[in-house]
Design a binder for this molecule. Structure first.
Ligand code: ADP
Length: 163
């Protein structure tokens, strides 16, 4: 069975992430979305919340599962028996980052391959960080983020504003 691992921060999930996951799940028999437990980023959502929001977005796709993880991506790939790491590319800067990371990962785990899917056109400029900024300023991003994630962002921001 070909198992692929799709790691990321997903703070929160966007339709861009769901698009990559859905397309990967057509190529690979099983896709495991791995939500970083301890990314070096300032996050809006906890790990459990990020997992739950992604899970809700792909609940109709039986060969996708969403889990949390910490540590090295290649170590998680190995422990799962995944042959492939999936990432999405939106731009040259995504490419540069993945290219550098791929060399390191190949060094650590020569058997694990990286497969990058190009972002679909409607989601080319979609990033979780930009969306959070736009929502904070009252912008409408409903076509770019699953509805339940938009609601969760608004709720979280309202809570933060109160504290
Ligand atoms: P990370 O911190 O690992 O970059 P992200 O949640 O920002 O986590 O992104 C996870 C993966 O999804 C990365 O490979 C990223 O390039 C990809 N990605 C993010 N947004 C999009 C999008 N709109 N379309 C396609 N791929 C995307």
């Amino acid at each position: 069975m070909t198992i692929a691992l799709y790691p990321g921060t997903f703070d929160p999930v966007t339709w861009g992430h769901v698009d990559i996951a859905t397309r990967s799940a057509r190529i690979f028999e099983r896709l495991v979305v791995a939500v970083y437990d301890t990314p070096s980023k300032n996050l809006l959502f906890s790990t459990e919340e990020r997992v739950a929001l992604f899970r809700e977005s792909v609940r109709d796709l039986p060969n996708i599962e969403v889990t949390e993880f910490s540590g090295l991506v290649v170590a998680r790939a190995k422990s799962l028996g995944a042959q492939v790491i999936v990432r999405g590319l939106r731009s040259g800067s995504d490419f540069d980052y993945e290219f550098e990371m791929a060399f390191m990962n190949k060094n650590l785990a020569p058997d694990v391959e990286l497969v990058c899917l190009m972002a679909s056109l409607p989601y080319q400029y979609v990033s979780s960080s930009l969306l959070k900024e736009v929502i904070a300023l009252g912008g409408d991003v409903d076509s770019l983020v699953p509805h339940h994630a938009v609601e969760a962002i608004k709720e979280k921001m309202a809570l933060e504003a109160q504290s």
